[in-house]
Design a protein around this ligand. Structure first.
Ligand code: HGY
Ligand code: MN
Ligand code: MN
Length: 418
């Protein structure tokens, strides 16, 4: 149902951009970059700020054992609609990735309340824990647990680069309790819709205000390590050495070649982390580890890249007499958005007379895992020059306002209010 009295809907984007700027100050790197890694002091400060904004908007706040935060606007009847995103930020990121979906969700609720809207279904604004893989190597930990897409026992055992476990890190941030209790029932939410920056160039290229997401690409990530004898860079001759880094370099180049030549243009491969031991200029690398982020909307094409990398890793290890360790960190299926939510988002765009276009999300989001339990949708707003995961990530206040207005109308329709 499209509530008619939303004609007075107005979004206080001045206030919202001020809140985004304030949230960006909770960072371990200086402006304009933002670094806010899971359960660090800056993350805890950001969480406190988000909870204060939720309470100020009249939402009742609940947190689960994983650190997912829920701000609820109680409806008049049963059922609930979820919206939200994440506030953690990878090192040297920008200030809009995720935060526009959390603070924009709160702003959407404020505008609906101001317009006199009263939801039949409750509306939850959610801040998901650990959408970024920075600290524990796997992304979307909070939404994976909610969606039942990861074994709770394994999560607490994850360790960061300093050997600190997820269990210890969450406890230090004030989160206790059984992670197995985090998983949602299928009935918990009727719908889930996430507002997010596009993090790509399409909206700008097409000159459209809003992206109506049709599907979210499937992420996979691997960790590959070679182990050799190492030794002195001067005295071990080329014919007898077992360099662990050179074969890894060949593997990194192969991953790029396989993705570049994939029949599916959405297939991508990235090596973002390389670790070398002992890491001395005059010591032959004894152990070398790389992570591979391989994604695509076509699972067969993605698998072809994964298989190509793993087959070559085994061939190189055999040919050079090296030890080999391979870990598949995650290999998730893609998710399609639900037609009912797509229709609600399109209706909201048309009510607001915003130009809109259907887009595939090449980035992954918490919505990918909420889709395991709930009909899911996403709303995109433009990213300047398609830039993201960089300090110069930018979306204008007016673009943010349009995204929040579409979110507010979409939530009003899905919450079936009056
Ligand atoms: O990597 C991603 O797609 C997301 O931005 N974490
Ligand atoms: Mn991100
Ligand atoms: Mn994000």
């Amino acid at each position: 149902m499209r509530p008619s009295h939303l004609d007075e809907l107005s979004i206080d984007v001045e206030r919202l951009t001020g809140e985004l700027d304030q949230l960006a100050t909770y960072s371990d790197t200086p402006a304009p970059s933002v670094t806010r890694v899971l359960f660090t002091p800056r993350d805890v400060e950001g969480r406190a700020y988000v909870k204060a904004l939720m309470r100020d908007a009249g939402l009742s706040v609940r947190e689960d054992a994983a650190g997912n935060i829920f701000g609820r606007w109680q409806g008049r009847a049963d059922g609930a609609v979820g919206t939200g995103s994440h506030c953690d930020a990878i090192p040297h990121a920008g200030k809009y990735d995720g935060t526009v979906g959390v603070l924009g969700g709160i702003a959407a609720v404020r505008s609906l309340k101001a317009a006199g809207f009263s939801p039949r279904r409750s509306i939850d604004v959610i801040m998901f824990t650990s959408e970024e893989p920075t600290r524990f190597g796997i992304g979307c930990v909070g939404s994976r647990l909610l969606g039942g897409a990861i074994a709770a026992a394994g999560v607490d055992a994850l360790t960061d680069a300093d050997g600190i476990s997820f269990a210890t890190a969450r406890s230090q941030a004030g989160y206790e309790g059984d992670l197995a209790a985090v998983e949602l029932t299928e009935q918990h939410y009727d719908f889930f819709v996430e507002l997010h920056i596009e993090q790509g160039p399409e909206l700008e290229r097409q000159g459209k205000d809003i992206g109506v997401v049709s599907a979210i690409a499937a992420p996979a990530s691997l960790r590959v390590s070679f182990e050799g004898d190492g030794g002195h860079a001067g005295t071990v001759l080329m014919g007898t050495r077992q360099d662990a880094l050179v074969p890894l370099a060949r593997l990194i180049a192969l991953a790029e070649d396989l993705a570049r030549t994939s029949e599916n243009p959405d297939t991508v491969a990235t090596t973002g982390i390389v670790e070398v031991h002992p890491g001395a200029i005059n010591s032959i690398p004894r152990r070398a580890t790389a992570t591979f982020d391989i994604r695509g909307t076509d699972l067969t094409a993605r698998q072809r890249v994964v298989d190509g990398v793993l087959d070559e890793a085994r061939r190189l290890a055999d040919a050079r007499g090296l030890g080999l360790e391979v870990e598949t960190i995650n290999a998730d299926p893609p998710a399609e958005t639900h037609p009912a939510i797509v229709d609600a988002v399109v209706a909201a765009c048309e009510d607001e007379r915003f130009g809109h276009t259907s887009l595939v999300s090449r980035a992954y989001h918490d919505a990918l895992f909420m889709a395991r339990k709930v009909p899911m949708g996403m709303i995109f707003v433009p990213s300047k020059d398609g830039i993201s995961h960089r300090p110069d990530e930018f979306t204008t206040p007016d673009e943010i306002r349009r995204g929040v207005a579409v979110l507010a109308r979409t939530l009003a329709g899905l919450a079936d209010g009056a």
